[in-house]
Design a protein around this ligand. Structure first.
Ligand code: FNR
Length: 184
């Protein structure tokens, strides 16, 4: 049966490097796997009253159902001020609630952090990793993916990676992630 990997981007920017990297990785998945980009920019900021008092926003209902159906989750994100962009943290929070109904639970995950800077979004990567521990998502350990100087190996006009070494590295991430998913 085909397995679906949900792709969650930490950037809403039109020309996002994170999106280009995610699109490249999606092309490298083996037969039997499909990538599905999941919209998170439309989710209202999480407010516990929505769940405790209601009404629950339609966007939450649809998003939680979408996440529940996934076999795995790939997070491709920039770093904002040494942490996870709010839009992505919000999506994690929304699908983790109401209490006892965390739809991330048990889903294998992988993280790729992206930055034009030298540190490759290390801070975002590890803050995200910390949240995934609490959400009970078995997360790919190796290879780690901190893509620094990302602007240097992306062709922004074509919207694709222009460097074979980077493609090979993304292939190693895709292969290791599929192995992890197969274990669960
Ligand atoms: C950034 N950027 C950034 N980069 C980084 O390496 N560490 C950081 O802490 C930050 N902080 C930060 C905060 C905010 C609010 C913005 C808008 C940007 C730069 C960031 O890496 C760059 O804009 C990327 O291109 C964003 O990723 P996308 O949109 O290309 O996927």
């Amino acid at each position: 049966m085909t397995k679906t990997i949900g792709i969650f981007l930490g950037s809403l920017r039109q020309g996002s490097y994170s999106r280009i990297i995610a699109q490249e990785l999606a092309k490298l998945l083996p037969a039997g796997y499909v990538a599905k980009f999941i919209e998170i920019g439309n989710l209202p900021l999480y407010n516990q009253d929505f769940d405790d008092v209601g009404p629950v926003p339609d966007e939450y209902i649809k998003f939680r159902a979408e996440v529940k159906q996934l076999d795995a989750a790939l997070f491709v994100t920039p770093e904002y001020n040494r942490s996870v962009p709010a839009v992505l943290k919000n999506a994690l929070d929304v699908a983790s609630r109401p209490y006892g109904a965390n739809v991330w639970d048990g889903k294998p995950a992988a993280i790729i952090s992206v930055s034009p800077g030298a540190m490759g979004g290390f801070g975002a990567n590890h803050h995200l990793r910390q949240a995934l521990v609490f959400l009970n998502m078995p997360t790919l350990q190796q290879p780690e993916a901190y893509l620094g100087h990302v602007d240097q190996f992306i062709d922004e006009d074509k919207g694709e990676v222009n460097n074979q070494g980077t493609k090979d590295f993304l292939q190693s991430i895709a292969d290791a992630f599929v192995q992890l998913i197969e274990r669960y």
